[in-house]
Design a protein. Structure first.
Length: 350
């Protein structure tokens, strides 16, 4: 095991292991060059790494080939090739993934060129029920999203008495309630990608008339994840969020999530896949995202230890994000996951 891989994997334990169709290939001098296993099944896997932990009730692999580096070039192989692992199909059952908690500012610093293509054609509706909010009483907020765009003219805030309105000005995102305007998020940047600010009419009609503004989700969230500071929650917003229960149904588009070195390419929108159900976490702090049919055409993960890639991916999973100001905790629960054409290649030896 290379030093980089040893540093990444701190502990690996498992229960029962079954193998069938084991064969090997060597060089004339007796050096082992490749090991092949037609079927490999492992139960009760517990893997601890520097990036987090992975546990699975069962891992199944078919047509596994491990190619080992040669100690010296040969006539058949004049160049030293790095070790590699290929798997025709990998299947996970009843797994949990707990990534290491990382502050949002560190996430932005680590990946400077995020792409969130599926948000560009996101459709759905977000509902939020707020109990005893400071600015209104027992409000029900509905925010439609169409083509990845939030149009605040279509957002509604219903409660006892005249309803309120949401919008975005150059100061931030606000709610206009009967008792006045309250800001939820205050902007510090003069230019915010994807945001169109409100425009007031200059007519003589009483009250507020005009365009409440809009926001394109993809450029806005790409900007936030890439580390660009645009503002902060207004005073009291975090307390209000703690009293809010959310729910929603969304349909993601196709395309890349990630950057040049770490990406997942979603596919299958036309076949009705990649729907997301959002709800508040049972504990009350954080949210849960459920995807009954995650579908992707490509996976890539590059690190100092190896470059891992895969073809088609399908899964049933949920993601829980617990609310924390500095470093939100994320937990992924996988009922079933299948990866095809998996390849892991170590760095080229020097």
């Amino acid at each position: 095991m290379s030093p980089d891989l040893r540093a990444l994997v701190s502990a690996l334990t498992f229960g029962e292991l079954r193998m069938s169709g084991v064969s090997s290939k060597g060089q004339p001098g007796g050096e082992l060059r490749a090991l092949r296993v037609e079927r490999l099944e492992v139960h009760d896997v517990d893997l601890r790494t520097a990036l987090g932990s992975v546990r699975a009730a069962r891992v199944e692999l078919s047509n596994v080939t491990l190619r080992l580096p040669s100690h010296a070039p040969s006539a058949a192989s004049p160049e030293r090739l790095p070790p590699s692992l290929t798997v025709d199909e990998l299947h996970l059952k009843d797994a949990t993934i707990a990534p290491r908690a990382m502050p949002l500012r560190a996430l932005g610093a680590a990946q400077r060129h995020w792409r969130l293509d599926p948000l560009g054609s996101l459709d759905g509706t977000l509902h939020a029920d707020i109990v005893d909010a400071a600015w209104i009483f027992d409000a029900e907020v509905t925010i439609p999203i169409s083509g990845g765009r939030v149009d605040f003219n279509r957002a509604t805030v219903e409660h006892i008495g005249p309803d309120s309105s949401m919008g975005v000005s150059r100061m931030g995102v606000y709610v206009d309630a009967p008792n006045g305007r309250t800001y939820l998020f205050l902007l510090s940047a003069t230019h915010v990608p994807g945001v169109r600010f409100e425009r007031r009419d200059s007519g003589l009609l009483p009250g507020w008339t005009g365009d409440r503004g809009a926001s394109e989700l993809q450029p806005l969230l790409e900007c936030l994840l890439s580390g660009m500071p645009i503002g902060a929650l207004a005073t009291g917003t975090r307390d209000m969020v703690s009293r809010t229960r959310v729910r929603g149904e969304f349909r993601l588009g196709d395309g890349v999530i990630g950057d040049e070195r770490h990406r997942l390419v979603l596919a299958g929108r036309d076949q009705g896949r990649n729907h997301v159900a959002l709800s508040s976490a049972p504990s009350g702090g954080g949210i849960v995202l459920r995807m009954p049919e995650l579908s992707a055409s490509e996976l890539l993960w590059e690190s100092a230890a190896a470059v891992v890639s895969a073809g088609a991916l399908s899964a049933t999973l949920s993601v829980q994000v617990d609310d924390a100001q500095a470093a939100p905790a994320v937990a992924v629960s996988i009922a079933d996951l299948t990866l095809r054409n998996v390849s892991a290649v170590a760095p080229q030896p020097t």
